[in-house]
Design a binder for this molecule. Sequence first.
Ligand code: ADE
Length: 416
Amino acid sequence: MAEIRDLELAKKGLEKIEWTEKDMPVLRKIQARFEKEKPLKDVKIGCCLHVTKETANLMRTLKSAGANVRLCASNPLSTQDDVTAALVKYFEIEVYAIHDEENESYYKHIDKVLEFSPQITIDDGCDLVSTIHSKYPEKCKDVFGGSEETTTGVIRLKNMLKDKELKYPIVAVNDAKTKHFFDNRYGTGQSTLDGIIRATDMLIAGSTVVIAGYGWCGRGAAMRAKGLGANIIITEVEPVKALEAKMDGFRVMKMNNAAPLGDLFITLTGDINVIDIHHIKKMKSGAILCNSGHFDVEINLKKLNKICTEKRKVREFVNEYKIDGKSIYVLAEGRLINLAAANGHPASVMDMSFANQALVAEFLCENQHRMKIDVMPVPKAIDEKVAKLKLESLNIKIDKLTPEQKKYLKSWSIGT
Ligand code: ADE
C-alpha cells in the first residue's frame, strides 16, 4: 500500500535517484556493508522526512540493511512526486506523501506510518514523534529509539524531555558535527539562495538582504548572499551570535531598524513571528519576504492575511499582499523556500547527514536494551567515521599525530 500522486512518474524519479547516488559515496559505502551484514533485519522503521531524491537513497540504504520502511513527508511542499513513484515502483517502499497536500492529508499520512507500529522513528521537525506521543501513546512502548534531523525538532524534543513527556530515547542527528557544520551551513546557504532566485529571478548584487538568525543556517545564507554581492544586515537575539555576525563583517541591528532598509528578508530562526506586522508596515513597497526555517511560523502571515487589502498570486511561489497601499511579496507561503521552490540541499551534504541517520539506526538497534530516555548526541565514533569516509571519498589524506605529539598533548609539565 501507498498513497502518492502518480505511479507513472516513476521512471523520471528513478533517473533522479540514480543521478543523486554519485554524490552520496558515504551512504553508498554504508549501504554495501548493510547489504552483507543486514544489521536492521526485520526492524520496522517509520520515517517522516522531506521526500526528496536524497531521502530516497537513505530509504534504499535502510532497506538493504533488512529493515521494513514506511515514509511520509515532513513538509507538504517538499515532496517530489516522481521520487515517491520510483520508491514505490522500483524499491517497494511504502510511501504516504503527495506534493502540496492539505494539512489533513499530511497528518493522515503521519498516521499511516504510525499504524505500522515502528520500532525506530526517523523524524525531521518532530511531527512524527509528537503525533505518536499525543495520539498513539500506547505505541511508544514498541519503539526502542528514534533520531531527529533538524534544529527545530531537537528543540521540541528537549521541551518534551523537560516536561517529562518523552517516552523513548532519541538521538539528535542534527547536532553531529558532520551534520550541522555542513548541511545547515552549506546546504541551507546554497539552497536558500537557489530557491529565492528560482522563485523571483531577482538580482542579488547590490540588494540589501536582511537575514534573521545567525545560527548555522543563517550564517550559510549570509555567506552565499554576500558572495552574490548583497549588502547584508543580520538580526539576532543572542549576544554572542550578534557579535560573530558583526566581526564577520555584517551590519547588525534590530528588525525594527532593518525593516525599512531591506529589499529581501530571509528568516532562519526557528521561532515565531520574527517578522511581524509592525515590521512589515515599515518595509519599502516591493520588499520580498521568505523563510528558510523549518515551520511556516516565522513571518506573521496569519495576521497579514487578515489585514491586507488585497492578496494575489503574481507568479509561481510569489504572493503579493497590498498593505497601506504598498506591495509586499511573500515567497512559498512562508514555507521553507529552499525545499519549496528549489530541490533542498545538494546530495553531497545530505550524504553526511543521512550517513549519520543510517549509522544511528544501526546504533539504536544494537543498543536497544541499554539506553535510557533522553535526547542524546550522536556517538563521537559515528561522527568521526562519517568525516573519515567523506574525506576518503574526496581522496583527501590528512596527517596523523606522531607518538611524540600524542605524548605532548597528554602532558602538562613542558612549557616554553
Ligand atoms: N533537508 C534539506 N534538504 C534536503 C534534501 N535534499 N533531502 C532531504 N531533506 C532535506
